[in-house]
Write a protein that binds this ligand. Structure first.
Ligand code: HEM
Length: 492
C-alpha cells in the first residue's frame, strides 16, 4: 500500500519496520546551524512522523503538531521507560551510545512503570511551596533571584559602565545555578564545586565522566544530610512526600532538578534576551509594557529550550502519520518541529483557533513539566532585572551568527556576546517590574539581609520573604564566584 507523505514523496506503509528504513542521521552540521530546514526536509519526505538515525540508533521523530499531541496525551499507548524499548532489550543499542548516559539515569523524567506515579506526586508536592505565590518559600525565592541577578550584573559592571560581556557565561548560566543551590538547600556556597560539575557534565567534555561521579557523590551526601536534618528545601520536601525514596534515588532526583534548572532555565533566559534585543516579533514593545511573561510565552513558542523530548515507546503496533509504529519502537516528540507544523504555525500567526498557550514547550498531558511556574518566575525576574539595570544592551554579533550548542535534546546558545551600558542609578525592582506584584525587593550587596515589601509593600510576611546573601568572605572562597570574577571584561 502506498500513501502520500508530506507535499513530496510517497512511502511504503506495509512492512516499513524502523530497522529496515536506513533512516538519515538527524544530528548533522545542517541540524546544528538551521534545524528548521532539516525538520522541513523530513516533513516533505515522510509527513508528520519520520524515521531518523540518532547517533547510530534508529528512532521515530514526531514532527506533526497533532501527532505530537496524540503521543503526549496518551501515556498508556506511548509509555516512557527504557524497559519498553525493543531494540535495547534485544541488545541492539550499543553500550557506548553517546546518548546512553543521559537516558540511563533512572529519574522522574525518564521513568515509566508503577514507580512513576508516586514519584511525580511527590515532585508536585515538593515544588508547591516554591510555586504557590502565597507561600513564603515562593516569595523568598523571587527575592533571592532578584538579589542573585543584581549581584551578577554588578560583577559584569566591574569592568566599567559600558563594555562587552558574554551574558551567557556571566548571567544566564550562573543565575539558575545559584537558584538550584537555593532550592537544594546547600549551605552557603558550599555546593558550588558540585554545581559547577553540572556544567562539565552538560558540556560533555573530557572531564564529564569524573565530574558526574563527583556530582552524584556530592548530591548523595546532601541527601544524607537532609534525611538527618530536614530543612526548608526541595530535598527535604521530596523526602517528606515520598519517605520510601532511598538515598540513591533521592540523589538522582536532585541531579534531575539541577540539570533542568541550570540548563533549561539558562537557555530560556538567553533566548528571551536575544528576542528582546534583536526586536524579533515585537517583543521589545511588549517588554516595555511590562509583559515579560507574555513575551517569554512567545519566545518558548518560537524557540522551545527542550526541542526533542526524551523517548516514549509504542505499547502496541500503532499507526502514526504515514507509518505504523511497531510495539517497542522509540518515538521522540519534537516540540520545535511541531511548532513549525503549518497546522500550528499558521493558526498562531492568524491568532485564531489555536492560542499561543497551546504550544508544547512545557510538554502536554500527564507528563507535562511540573516546574513551569518556577522556571518562568526565575527567568522573568532575571530578565526583568537585566533590562532595568542595563540602560542599553546590543548584540555584539549579528543575530544569525550567534553560536548555537549542538544537542539532541536542547537548543541553546554557546555564548551571548553583548555591548552593554549600565543605567546610571541602579533601579530597584519596581511595582511594574515583571513578577514584582508582591512587592519583592532586593539589594545587591554582599552580606546584607534583603527585605521584601519595598515598592509595593503588599507582602504578607516580611520575615518569610527575607533572604540572606553570602557575605564577601564566603564569596571569595566560592569557586563559582572566582570563576565569574575571572570573566570580568572578557569581551575586551
Ligand atoms: C525553561 C525551563 C524548562 C522547560 C522549557 C521545561 C520543559 C519540560 C518539558 C517539555 C517536559 C516534558 C518532557 C516530556 O514530555 O518528555 C518537562 C518535564 C519535566 N520537567 Fe521541566 N522544563 C523546564 C524547567 C524545569 C525545572 C527548573 C524543573 C525542576 C525544578 C523541571 C522539572 C521537570 C520534571 C520533573 C519533568 C518530568 C515530568 C514527568 O515526566 O512527569 N523542569 N519539562
Amino acid at each position: 500500500m502506498e500513501s502520500q507523505a508530506g507535499d513530496g514523496g510517497s512511502v511504503e506503509l506495509d512492512g516499513a519496520w524502523l530497522e529496515t528504513l536506513s533512516p538519515e542521521p538527524l544530528l548533522t552540521r545542517d541540524y546544528e546551524t538551521r534545524p528548521s530546514l532539516v525538520y522541513e526536509r523530513l516533513r516533505q519526505r515522510h509527513g508528520p512522523v519520520a524515521p531518523v538515525d540518532l547517533l547510530g540508533v534508529p528512532a521515530w521523530l514526531v514532527l506533526g503538531y497533532r501527532e505530537a499531541l496524540d503521543v503526549l496525551q496518551d501515556d498508556a499507548g506511548w509509555p516512557k521507560g527504557l524497559e519498553n524499548w525493543r531494540a535495547r532489550s534485544e541488545g541492539r543499542v550499543p553500550a557506548d551510545w553517546p546518548l546512553g548516559p543521559s537516558l540511563e539515569v533512572n529519574h522522574v523524567l525518564i521513568q515509566g512503570g508503577p514507580g512513576y506515579r508516586p514519584l511525580r506526586t511527590a515532585w508536585d508536592a515538593a515544588l508547591k511551596p516554591f510555586q504557590d505565590p502565597r507561600h513564603a518559600q515562593a516569595k523568598r525565592l523571587k527575592t533571592a533571584v532578584a538579589a542573585y541577578a543584581d549581584d551578577l550584573i554588578s560583577l559584569v559592571g566591574q569592568a566599567g559602565g559600558t563594555g562587552l560581556a558574554d551574558l551567557s557565561a556571566q548571567f544566564s548560566r550562573p543565575l539558575p545555578l545559584m537558584v538550584a543551590s537555593h532550592l537544594l538547600g546547600f549551605p552557603g556556597s558550599q555546593g558550588d564545586d558540585a554545581l559547577m560539575d553540572m556544567w562539565r557534565v552538560l558540556d560533555a567534555g573530557p572531564d564529564a565522566e569524573l565530574a558526574l561521579e563527583r556530582l552524584l557523590a556530592a548530591l548523595a551526601e546532601l541527601a544524607a544530610v537532609k534525611l538527618k536534618q530536614p530543612g526548608d528545601d526541595f530535598p527535604s520536601y521530596l523526602l517528606a512526600a515520598h519517605p520510601d525514596l532511598s538515598l540513591d534515588q533521592l540523589a538522582r532526583e536532585l541531579f534531575m532538578l539541577l540539570g533542568m534548572t541550570s540548563d533549561h532555565v539558562g537557555i530560556l533566559i538567553s533566548n528571551t534576551v536575544v528576542e528582546v534585543i534583536s526586536g524579533e516579533g515585537g517583543v521589545r514593545a511588549s517588554l516595555s509594557a511590562g509583559m515579560v511573561r507574555e513575551s517569554m510565552n512567545r519566545v518558548v513558542m518560537r524557540k522551545p529550550p527542550l526541542v526533542n523530548f526524551v523517548p516514549r515507546f509504542a505499547a502496541r503496533d500503532t499507526p502514526l502519520g504515514n507509518y505504523t509504529i511497531r510495539a517497542g519502537d522509540p518515538v521522540w516528540v519534537s516540540s520545535a518541529a511541531a511548532h513549525a507544523d503549518p497546522l500550528f504555525a499558521d493558526k498562531v500567526a492568524e491568532g485564531t483557533a489555536v492560542s499561543t498557550r497551546a504550544h508544547l514547550a512545557w510538554g502536554a498531558g500527564q507528563r507535562q513539566c511540573p516546574a513551569r511556574e518556577l522556571a518562568s518566575t526565575v527567568a522573568a525576574v532575571g530578565v526583568g532585572r537585566l533590562f532595568e539595570r542595563f540602560s542599553n544592551l546590543e548584540l555584539a554579533l549579528p543575530v544569525d551568527q550567534l553560536p548555537w550548542r549542538s544537542s539532541p535534546f536542547m537548543r541553546g546558545l554557546r555564548s551571548l556576546p553583548v555591548r552593554y551600558e549600565l543605567a546610571a542609578m541602579p533601579p530597584q525592582p519596581s511595582a511594574h517590574a515583571p513578577d514584582a506584584e508582591a512587592g519583592d525587593t532586593a539589594e545587591a550587596a554582599d552580606g546584607v539581609r534583603v527585605e521584601a515589601g519595598g515598592a509595593g509593600g503588599a507582602v504578607e510576611s516580611a520575615d518569610a520573604a527575607d533572604v540572606v546573601l553570602p557575605d564577601s568572605a564566603v564569596r571569595q572562597r566560592s569557586s563559582l564566584w572566582r570563576y565569574l570574577t575571572g570573566l570580568i571584561g572578557v569581551g575586551r
